[in-house]
Design a binder for this molecule. Structure first.
Ligand code: GLN
Length: 310
């Protein structure tokens, strides 16, 4: 068996250099700001339980978090409802695309918190009496996960709200099933704004590390969510985080993760580290191509696969 490398000395820039020639994949073009992303962008960061941060070149370049926000919206919803969010949402993988117009059969609940229907609901379940209060709670909560004050790209938030026809459709479908609770437009507004939060690979890796460290941010020492919440979130990331690519992901990477249309992937290896990779070209399941390869390499080199070999 190959000995695992030490994450404290692992050469992230060498990994990045090996990824750069990879030119498969397509940049998402659902909104102009995503379509304009540099396909050559590639940043990688690791955050360890002692709070130390390792980062490659470009790990400090900003991008909108998009669906990589979903585990953290789920975490905040679980925290704010004392776990009752689990009565409102399924936790089974769908085997379908992130924006499939589909709810759980029989209940009309969203299938899981990692697809858009589920994230529209979790964003509606965080504390706050109106859109503004929920937006505020989400931004403060995400900032606590990231160990720095995060900001929203207002243009992206507006375009996601205006152009997210499938998200409006999903919100209306949940309204018709009686499973949403807030107005369809309010739900899309809050979710769209959460997707438009700007992060960089380092901030996203700190967010992943906070889950990996049982809900305590290893950089600030702050408990952001309960340990049971972090465990629930990582369980659902493991089974549903890469949509219809989740089975293959678990076999080849073996680390709970979440992909996103901006080309970011956040990983939470329980007790070991948080990691994030950003590189915009995506495969057919909407997973960053370089992000997938980097995740497979990191998992193999650092011995991160949940099922060994250990
Ligand atoms: N904001 C995007 C959407 O809802 C996020 C989707 C994603 O990253 N997969 O369409």
């Amino acid at each position: 068996m190959r000995r695992a490398s030490d994450p404290r000395t692992y050469d992230l820039d060498a990994l990045r250099d090996r990824l750069l020639p990879e030119d498969e994949g397509t940049v998402n073009d659902s909104i102009p700001q995503l379509a304009a992303a540099d396909p050559g962008l590639c940043g990688i960061a690791l955050v360890l339980p002692d709070g130390s941060i390792r980062a490659s070149a470009q790990a400090d370049l900003p991008f909108s978090v998009q669906s990589a926000v979903k585990p953290f919206l789920f975490a905040l919803a679980l925290q704010d409802t004392d776990g009752a969010a689990l009565d409102r949402i399924g936790i089974e993988p769908t085997g379908e695309a992130f924006d499939a117009i589909k709810l759980e059969s029989g209940t009309g609940r969203p299938p899981n918190p990692m697809v858009n229907a589920g994230a529209l609901l979790t964003a509606a379940l965080v504390d706050g009496d109106d859109v503004e209060a929920r937006n505020d709670r989400i931004l403060r909560g995400l900032s606590a996960f990231a160990a720095r004050p995060l900001e929203v790209d207002e243009e992206i938030a507006r375009d996601e709200h205006l152009m997210g026809d499938r998200n409006h459709a999903l919100a209306h479908l949940m309204r018709s099933e009686g499973t949403l609770g807030v107005s369809a437009d309010d739900a899309v507004a809050v979710y769209a704004r959460a997707c438009a939060v700007l992060v960089d690979a380092t901030a996203l890796a700190v967010m992943g590390a906070t889950l990996a460290c049982g809900g305590v941010n290893p950089v600030t020492g702050e408990r952001v969510v309960a340990a049971a919440v972090a465990r629930d979130v990582m369980s659902v990331m493991a089974t549903c985080g890469v949509y219809d690519g989740s089975g293959r992901w678990m076999r080849t990477v073996g680390v709970p993760a979440k992909s996103s249309v901006s080309g970011a992937i956040v990983l939470a290896a329980p007790g070991r580290l948080g990691a994030a990779i950003v590189s915009p070209p995506l495969d057919a399941q909407g997973t960053s191509v370089r992000g997938r390869i980097a995740s497979e390499r990191l998992s193999a080199d650092l011995g991160l696969h949940a099922f060994g070999p250990h």
